[in-house]
Every structure is written in structure tokens, then in C-alpha cells.
Design a protein around this ligand. Structure first.
Ligand code: BG6
Ligand code: MG
Length: 219
């Protein structure tokens, strides 16, 4: 078997933080006086903080804010988000993820994080996952937001594995698109409707190990 790159998104794939991003943006929307639904939130998943703010303001029909005002809103959202994640412990790792990572021992794989979040390192420390990855590409290392493939291409380069030999795990529509644009295989983790462009969709990592993954992709 050729060496395979496994690239994991963080929020909503490894750890249940996607809901905290939603709660923080919802507070901002409430304060600005408009509704923000879970369905609308799907369009913010995988997207950088400032791009998420632009999309949120679009939902609320709010135009003409200055860059300074936008920066203040993004900072406020991040403060709320950071206060939520400050309480994270290893228990927040999603079901089956620890077992999947353990199933990689002795396999010919490189393991990377490919996340849009600038808070990724904080989260990895809190859930005690720093040592799990051979490479970490997060929001501090990329210029372009998913669906741009930059984050995954950088992860593959750091693993020194060709894109065609990489598999991405993603819970966001934008992330699946980014993986495809990078020339990688994409496993959607979550809702079948939202992730329909993925090569394979799993509800979560429970009952999914690397043997199953190899069978699915004839590795
Ligand atoms: C992604 C989330 O992982 O990170 C997005 O799916 C979020 O919802 C993005 O906007 C940026 O996160 P942060 O922590 O840098 O604001
Ligand atoms: Mg995600």
C-alpha cells in the first residue's frame, strides 16, 4: 500500500465545537436584531471568521458597516467562542474518533489537521490531541477560506504525500468542495443531504476504522 495522507477538519469532525461557533454567531445576530437558523449556519461551516461574518451580515441584510465595525463584531464573536471552548476537555472528542486514530497505529499513513480555525492549537491542547498529527495546518497558516483547496494542499505538502493519495474528513459543504478541488478523496462526516458531493458519507466515526476505509477506497 502506498503511503496515504489522512487530513482531518477539526470543528465538527474531531471535536464538537461546531455548535459553539453557531451559538456565538447567534448571539451576534440576536444583538443586531435578526434571526440566524441552524440551516443558515451550514453555510458558515469551514469558512474563515471574517468570511463567516460577511455571510451572517448578508443573512441579516446589514450593509455598509466599516471595516472597523466588522472587526469589532468578529472580535466579540471570538471572545464568546473562546469562552465556550475554554471549558473543553478530552471528553469533547466526538464518539469513535479516539478509536479511529488508534486504528492507524502501524499503518503506512501520514496524519494532518486541515482547519480554517485560528483557535485550532488551543483546542488541540485542551483535548490532548497535539501528538496525534504529523502536520497541523490551521487558520493562522492559510490566506484563502475553504472551498479554496489551499489548506488541504498545504497539509499534503507538509506530509510530503501527493494530493491523489490523500483522504479528507469533513463536516462542511465548503470543506468537501475544497477537498475535491485539491484532487483528494472526501469523506463527509454527518448529514447525507448536506455532504452529498463526498465520495463516502459516514454519520460519525463510531464503527468506522481504517480497515473499513481501505476497503471502501481499494487501498
Ligand atoms: C472552521 C469552522 O473550522 O473555523 C468555522 O467550521 C469557523 O465555523 C472557522 O468560522 C474559523 O474559526 P475561528 O476559530 O478562527 O474563528
Ligand atoms: Mg468543520
Amino acid at each position: 500500500m502506498k503511503k496515504i495522507g489522512l487530513i482531518f477538519d477539526l470543528d465538527g469532525v474531531i471535536v464538537d465545537t461546531a455548535i459553539y461557533h453557531y451559538k456565538a454567531w447567534k448571539t451576534i445576530a440576536d444583538e443586531l436584531g435578526f434571526d440566524f437558523s441552524l440551516l443558515q449556519n451550514e453555510q458558515l461551516k469551514g469558512v474563515s471568521r471574517m468570511e463567516s461574518l460577511d455571510r451572517l451580515l448578508g443573512f441579516g441584510g446589514i450593509k455598509n458597516l466599516t471595516d472597523e465595525e466588522k472587526l469589532k463584531l468578529a472580535e466579540r464573536k471570538n471572545k464568546l467562542y473562546v469562552s465556550f471552548i475554554s471549558k473543553l476537555t478530552p471528553e469533547a472528542v466526538l464518539p469513535g474518533v479516539d478509536q479511529f486514530m488508534n486504528s492507524l497505529a502501524f499503518e503506512n499513513v501520514g496524519v494532518a489537521l486541515g482547519s480554517a480555525s485560528k483557535n485550532a492549537m488551543t483546542i488541540l491542547k485542551q483535548i490532548e490531541y497535539i501528538d496525534v498529527f504529523n502536520a497541523v495546518i490551521d487558520g493562522t497558516k492559510v490566506k484563502r477560506s475553504k472551498p479554496d483547496p489551499e489548506v488541504f494542499l498545504k497539509a499534503a505538502a507538509e506530509l510530503d504525500i501527493d494530493a491523489e493519495n490523500c483522504i479528507v474528513f469533513e463536516d462542511a459543504e465548503a470543506g468537501i468542495k475544497a477537498a475535491k478541488l485539491a484532487g483528494m478523496k472526501a469523506i463527509g462526516v454527518g448529514d447525507e443531504q448536506i455532504l452529498k458531493e463526498a465520495n463516502l458519507i459516514i454519520p460519525g466515526f463510531e464503527n468506522f476504522d481504517f480497515e473499513t476505509c481501505k476497503r471502501q477506497f481499494n487501498l
